[in-house]
Design a protein around this ligand. Structure first.
Ligand SMILES: [Zn+2]
Length: 230
């Protein structure tokens, strides 16, 4: 999958400004990935994997009634995953870098090219403090009705996602150093270093990695698709 920031940059390029509830749009852009961050129960990974595979047309339609912004974001997440994920898998093989490292590098290069900033300097106040109760209820109901997913506990999952997001990005350089220290003193057993970079990569990697071509294709394709679905 592409990283958090790649999804956000993509969404904001499709819908620049004029979004009424931009924070709901941003969390929509995280798609089902929020379930990956709750490790308290293996079922959340299964839920996330399932939601990446099934047809979510009906789910998105139902969520659109509650939050059009969220539904749009969610749709764009799924679209971009399908577009870019296979290329990242290929890159893993070619470069020998981990999936996470590649996501981190691509996030940073896109951020530099599209928003002229760095991961450490970026204002990351993207998401709502909590999700509207009614939205959570409808989301959980629809997960059950469409896919038989029970007890998704979206409120808790969302809380964990928010915690992880700040855990990853607050005091960026301090954590980056810590991640490397931990990696070396545990002989690689604790490995968070692929989430961090000290130096923003050249924007040329986007071309070298074949992301540029896909990124441009995505912009040509997605406009008509959004019109068709919303
Ligand atoms: Zn995803």
């Amino acid at each position: 999958m592409p990283g958090y920031l790649t999804h956000i940059i993509f969404g904001h390029k499709i819908f620049p400004g004029n979004m009424k509830n931009v924070k709901m749009f941003n969390i929509g852009l995280m798609g089902p990935d929020i379930f990956y961050y709750d490790k308290s129960d293996p079922k959340y990974k299964i839920i996330a994997d399932t939601l990446h595979e099934v047809d979510t047309t009906n789910l998105i339609k139902k969520l659109e009634i509650e939050s059009r912004e969220y539904a749009l974001g969610y749709y764009l997440h799924n679209y971009l995953d399908k577009k870019i994920h296979p290329q990242i898998t290929i890159l893993e093989r070619i470069t020998g870098k981990s999936h996470t490292k590649l996501e981190t590098l691509i996030d940073a290069a896109l951020l530099k090219r599209e928003w002229h900033t760095t991961v450490a300097r970026l204002d990351k106040n993207f998401f709502p403090q909590r999700l509207p109760a009614r939205f959570v209820r409808i989301f959980e109901e629809e997960l059950y009705n469409n896919y038989g997913i029970e007890d998704a506990r979206i409120k808790e999952v969302y809380g964990t996602f928010l915690k992880n997001f700040s855990l990853l990005y607050d005091f960026y350089y301090v954590k980056a150093i810590l991640a490397y220290v931990l990696y070396f003193i545990t002989f690689g057993r604790i490995n968070y270093k692929d989430y961090y970079i000290f130096k923003t990569p050249s924007i040329n990697i986007l071309k070298d990695y074949g992301i540029d071509v896909l990124w441009k294709e995505a912009f040509n394709e997605v406009g008509p698709l959004v019109k068709e679905h919303f």
